[in-house]
Ligand binder design. Structure first.
Ligand SMILES: Cc1ncc(COP(=O)(O)O)c(C=O)c1O
Length: 381
């Protein structure tokens, strides 16, 4: 059950049962021994991190990944007790808060490692960290090829405990290619070299969603799924390889209906002029809600189980659709922007295609002013 807020009807419904289902599909896939670190950064890919993380923690999720200190604190405030890895690292000014909230920073360059070690040592304590290795992603991480220069530094650490070592694949959508295989080999080489030098972090991890679905050799001790938890496949080719259920639906309802004559201009800039007598519905959703402006004259929504086109430019707070062919409609009728209505469905991938981006960006861009309403099953309190 869920209750909708009074007033503006633009909201996201988050189906926590689907989330739990997806989590268990991942658990089935990786087996009982591999840990699962659920990626709940960026407000759990737009789904609302506190509720998502609580639901996953109840299902036994081993750890969580966030991008920033603030996201980590948010999880602790939501009473998440599991290990939380802060992927984008630690700024020394934040160190007290890492201790206060028991967060695990990622360390990704050698100067930062040294400074962090000294700062922790000066507190007379120790800190668990995860080491990030750049095996070909080309962003943060200790360069794999330069292991000869940074490995000796690891041996000098006095106060940092290397709890984990990990890397990240460059191909988020598919990990079938040679480049991925090369990254995997490089990472295996790094782990072996560390072990040969008696550095054996308990948690070795590499797999994102795509690798969790298709590349068991990348599981090591822990997988780091993000997108698939939310029921979205990293690529259409993976659909059916694991049975995921979409978690988020984005809805609104018709604010105003207008019958207009042919030749009427709709929205800013006269980019849509009606060619016939038309029924135009205005929706209380705009780019300030994260509804992409690129959907202007390109996107579609669902009304009465049918597709209606977005006409004219998406505005900051309002968007127009053409419901002339839908049949009887009235203000207050439900409009689905993303998700299912009757037998019709608009997926995050389809919306991403219209706006020339990826599902990740669609989900994480849904604005803060769109309430997230949680579908509560009997398991929820
Ligand atoms: C370091 C890291 N690990 C795991 C993930 C999860 O990736 P995906 O959502 O493709 O599963 C991300 C996502 O950006 C990431 O940055």
């Amino acid at each position: 059950m869920f209750t909708t807020p009074k007033g503006r009807p633009t909201l996201c419904v988050i189906d926590l049962e689907a989330l739990r289902w997806n989590y268990h599909k991942i658990r089935e896939k990786v087996g009982p021994r591999i840990k699962i670190a659920s990626m709940v950064k960026a407000n759990a890919y737009g789904h609302g991190a506190p509720c998502v993380a609580r639901a996953l923690a109840e299902e036994g999720c081993d750890a969580f990944g966030v991008a920033t200190l603030e996201e980590g604190i948010g999880l602790r405030q939501a009473e998440i007790r599991s290990p939380i890895i802060v992927l984008a690292g630690v700024y020394l000014e934040q160190l007290d808060q890492f201790f206060e909230h028991d967060l695990i920073p990622v360390v990704h360059e050698i100067d930062g490692l040294r400074r962090l070690d000294a700062a922790v040592q000066s507190r007379g304590t120790s800190l668990n960290v995860h080491l990030k290795i750049d095996t070909g992603m080309g962003r943060i991480g200790l360069p794999a090829a330069e292991i000869g220069s940074w490995l000796p530094e690891l041996k000098k650490l006095k106060s940092l405990e290397i709890d984990g070592v990990f890397s990240h694949f460059s191909h988020a959508e598919s990990v079938q290619g040679d480049y991925t295989r090369k990254q995997l080999e490089i990472f295996q080489g790094i782990v072996s070299r560390l072990r040969s030098e008696n550095i054996s972090p308990p948690l070795v991890h590499l797999a994102n969603s795509a690798a969790t679905i298709t590349l068991p050799s990348a599981y090591f001790d822990m997988v780091r799924p993000g997108l698939m938890l939310y029921g979205v496949y990293p690529s259409p080719a993976m659909t059916g390889q694991i049975a995921l259920k979409p978690v988020l639906s984005w809805k609104t309802s018709i604010l105003q209906l207008k019958k207009v004559s042919p030749g009427t201009s709709i929205s800013y800039g006269q980019t849509f002029i009606t060619q016939r007598e038309s029924l135009i519905a205005t929706l209380p959703i705009g780019y300030a809600d994260g509804y992409p402006r690129l959907l202007s004259n390109r996107g579609e929504v669902l009304v009465r189980g049918q597709r209606a086109p977005v006409v004219g430019r998406v505005c900051m707070d309002l968007t127009m659709i053409d419901v002339t062919d839908i049949g009887e409609t009235k203000p207050g009728d439900e409009v689905v922007l993303l998700g299912r209505q009757g037998n019709a469905e608009i997926s995050a991938d389809e919306m991403a295609g219209w706006s020339n981006t990826i599902s990740y960006e669609i989900l994480t861009s849904i604005g803060a002013r769109v309430p997230r309403i949680y579908y509560h099953s009997k398991k929820e309190r």
